[in-house]
Write a protein that binds this ligand. Structure first.
Ligand code: NAD
Length: 257
């Protein structure tokens, strides 16, 4: 079988690429030969990812400080892809905030708005700028980061779960709209993955919470950022040429229970 997952000379933008899943995926694109616009609100993490790509992979990395709640920042990210690398082939819309562990009737207006604004509206804001550029350059592939919580609910995660269900819906809508225009739009739905997000939530640091979380996955472990990166590269590659509107769970069996 011929593998097409070679991104040599292609341009990728990746949001939330300063840490965790976004960082691992941006570096994996670099290893596959892509030039990557590394977008993150966190300058240190973003710079680190971009220099790793430039110094240690076949690709090139450029960091752009981007807050996905700011339309002008998102515009700057997409413009950098064209000004630095001449186009835009792949977008990985991944930036996200963790949930707050409040119930529906407890969560504050402020927390609700902040989580929806980054995790859902940030994906829409990104696609809104990416799609016209892809259309101008003959098509492309978009992968959005949803979650297992884009498919099922979990108590005390109202804004996060609503946002991720929204990402799943938005992915399908964009896929349908561009199905005949050479733009494929898919999403990954990770299970619990060992990243800063889970460190901050105490999942990886509290032994009991870690064991409980691992037990939710039939494979009885957490996933790694690299395991999500593999799926993103596949969805973005020509190997997935007939896949669009798909929301691919990489979850150690979580959703199959
Ligand atoms: P992470 O905290 O390691 O990385 C998230 C990145 O997003 C950080 O670098 C952060 O600075 C950036 N970010 C946050 N707000 C931003 C903003 N307004 N603009 C630009 N960048 C911003 O977490 P992660 O686990 O790698 O999360 C990546 C994505 O994966 C998120 O969308 C998250 O919801 C999703 N996800 C994570 C898990 C998990 O268990 N870790 C599971 C399912 C889905």
């Amino acid at each position: 079988m011929t593998r097409n997952s070679d991104f040599a000379g292609e341009t990728v933008v990746a949001t939330g690429a300063g840490s965790g899943i976004g960082q691992a995926t941006a570096i994996a694109f670099g290893e596959a030969g892509a030039n990557v616009v590394v977008a993150d609100i966190d300058q240190d993490g973003g710079r680190e990812t971009a220099s790793t790509i430039t110094d240690e992979t076949a690709g090139d990395g450029t960091f752009v400080e981007v807050d996905v709640t700011d339309d002008a920042d998102v515009e700057k990210m997409v413009e950098t892809a064209t000004s630095e690398y001449g186009g835009l082939d792949v977008a990985f819309n991944n930036a996200g905030l963790p949930g707050t562990f409040d119930s529906v009737d407890e969560i504050s207006e402020e927390d609700w708005q902040a989580i929806i604004d980054v995790n859902l509206s940030g994906v829409w804001r990104s696609m809104r700028k990416e799609i016209p550029v892809m259309l101008d350059h003959g098509g492309g592939a978009i992968v959005n980061t949803a979650s297992i919580l884009g498919k099922v609910g979990e108590a005390r995660t109202p804004a996060y779960t609503a946002a991720k269900h929204g990402v799943v819906g938005l992915t399908k809508v964009a896929a349908l709209e561009r199905a005949t225009e050479d733009i494929r739009v898919n999403a990954v739905c990770p299970g619990y993955i060992e990243t800063q997000m889970l460190d901050d939530a105490g999942v990886t640091t509290d032994e009991e919470l870690r064991a409980e979380t691992e037990a939710l996955h039939p494979m009885k472990r957490l996933g790694t950022a690299d395991e999500i990166a593999e799926a993103v590269l596949w969805l973005a590659s020509d190997d997935a040429s007939f896949a669009t509107g798909e929301t691919l769970a990489i979850d150690g069996g979580y959703l199959s229970r």
